[in-house]
Write a protein that binds this ligand. Sequence first.
Ligand code: WE7
Length: 155
Amino acid sequence: MSEQKKVLMVCLGNICRSPIAEGVFQHLVRQKGLESKWMVDSAAVAGYHIGKSPDHRALTTMKSNGIAYSNKARQVKKQDFESFDFIFGMDEENISDLEGMAPANCKAKIGLLGDYDPQGERIIRDPYYDRGAEGFKKCYQQCLRSCTAFLEQHS
Ligand code: WE7
């Protein structure tokens, strides 16, 4: 692989699951010294939380796993479908929303991040309305498994 490949992590609001997926992916890329081969970003299907930092539970979960995260929420734009190689949704609704937004000249492969989970947990459940942080910890573990497997498959 000579060129840098681009991965976009997407969820509903870009404040819970996709920032964790982005943070985990970036962390693995640094650990493996693959910065010249991979770049990662994240975005929302909905415009609800544009400009905001992730949910504090997502930030806490990342921080306790050694991941510093400072990006702010943005919405998916048409150009993302041309500039990214892979666009990953967290659940089936994300996928159908993304497919509905994709232009005819879509370069990106759109799919579920969880399709790479060696434990076969394909859906990364939305933890937004949960009372505590358990759903965020589970999301972190799912993202870690899938991002690790994805990078192994594509190296
Ligand atoms: C969420 C959300 C999540 C749900 N992050 N929000 Cl209240 C709303 C309405 C439209 C877009 C967004 Cl983003 C939000 C706030 C932020 N992860 N998950 N809402 C959600 C979960 C289950 C059923 C319905 C909704 C809107």
